[in-house]
Design a protein around this ligand. Structure first.
Ligand code: UDP
Length: 370
């Protein structure tokens, strides 16, 4: 069975890597990896996690390209690839424009779609933009919906997706994180023995003045003198424009280039506290018992917040400083968050996904579009 994995961004590579690896080692599936180039630079450093060669590399980014141009180009080019390759299924992950275009192009070619990390919702159609709409639309197209948590599965059935097509598997990010830590070859970006804060910021809704305010909050935390802040700077120019002027050369703050996943995992494993607006990092932090302060006003991953492992604190600098100080100074509060557990899975998501696909491809009933 030929399974085309379509990916374009760093988190897609991270979360589809265990699927590609498992398909390539003794399964009935032949993984055919297509990259779109949506976030070329940060994807590139993740590709060796796949342990599978990229079969087709598209190059869809143009300068000052509008989202509508990107989507149209992706659908057209992926359509051509699908007609040439004729895979038996297409696997997309998450909520990027690449994932939506992959699902739509597969629909046009009447090829069934498996959606990994299905059913996440903020309930606000333009937040995050355009990801929330992307995920809703992919759910209209997919044949298999692999939901990371029971709550995500419930969103899908509430929206009318047939229960037989929704499978709660856990999140493949945990599979990958555990695999990478077992490999044990990464090195932490922290350099001193102080309290360690790992920060990642990139969301479109946070860019501009809001992100500058977050930068100023970090300088106030660094002024405590007993913390080391490591911030791998996203490649997005908007992120760099907001954060570099506030933070470059600041004592106690190390701005580093995006870390390869082995090094990122090692850095996360060594930190005391995480400040992030990233989706994936919100899932990874609780699985390593690291309290996470989520610098957003909505989250499509409320499970960690509900479990007490993460806190949605918004984007106001005052709130960032207050909450970070509280966790650094109050061991009871810290232990409560660190010990709250990980709601995102047990590292077996990929095995469940492959078992379900194998069962359906082995069955007499045609796999079908819906
Ligand atoms: N990550 C990484 N290196 C870094 C920063 C993040 O490998 O320097 C990983 C992180 O472990 C997580 C993923 O990138 O799995 C998150 O990607 P990002 O924040 O870009 O996207 P999101 O998860 O918000 O969609």
């Amino acid at each position: 069975v030929r399974a085309m994995l379509v990916l374009g961004t760093r988190p897609e590579a991270i979360k589809l890597a265990p699927v590609a690896r498992a398909m390539a080692t003794g399964s009935q599936f032949e993984p055919v990896v297509v990259t779109t180039g949506q976030h070329r630079e940060m994807l590139q450093q993740m590709l060796d996690l796949l342990r599978v060669d990229v079969r087709i590399a598209l190059d869809v980014m143009r300068s000052r390209q509008q989202l509508s141009d990107l989507t149209a180009r992706l659908v057209r080019e992926l359509g051509e690839v699908l007609r040439a390759q004729r895979p038996d299924l297409v696997v997309v992950q998450g909520d990027t424009t690449t994932a939506l275009a992959g699902a739509l192009a597969a629909f046009y070619e009447k090829i069934p779609v498996a959606h990994v990390e299905a059913g996440l919702r903020t309930g606000v159609l333009d937040n995050p933009f355009p990801e929330e709409l992307n995920r809703c639309l992919i759910s209209r197209i997919a044949r298999w919906h692999f939901a990371p948590t029971p709550a995500a599965a419930r969103h899908l059935t509430d929206e009318g997706v047939a229960e037989e097509q929704v499978f709660t598997t856990g999140n493949t990010v945990i599979d990958n994180l555990l695999w990478v830590l077992a490999e044990g070859t990464g090195s932490s970006a922290f350099r001193t023995g102080g309290r360690r804060i790992l920060v990642t910021l990139h969301r479109r809704e946070n860019q501009g003045e809001r992100m500058r305010g977050m930068g100023r909050a970090l300088t106030r935390l660094a002024a405590r003198g007993d913390v080391e802040i490591v911030l791998p700077l996203h490649k997005s120019p908007a992120v760099r424009d907001a954060l570099l002027p506030e933070l470059d050369g600041h004592d106690g703050i190390s701005l580093v280039e995006p870390l390869g996943y082995l090094d990122f995992a090692a850095t996360l494993a060594e930190c005391d506290l995480v400040l992030t607006d990233s989706g994936g990092v919100q899932e990874e932090a609780p699985s390593l018992s690291k309290p996470a302060l989520v610098l957003r006003t909505t989250t499509e991953r409320p499970e960690a917040v509900e479990a007490g492992a993460a806190r949605l604190i918004g984007t106001d600098p005052e709130s960032i400083v207050t909450w970070a100080n509280r966790l650094l100074d109050d061991p009871v509060e810290y232990r409560a968050m660190a010990g709250a557990g990980n709601p995102f899975g047990d590292g077996m998501a990929t095995a469940r996904i492959l078992a379900q696909l194998a069962e359906d491809f082995a069955a007499d009933v045609p796999v079908g579009l819906t």
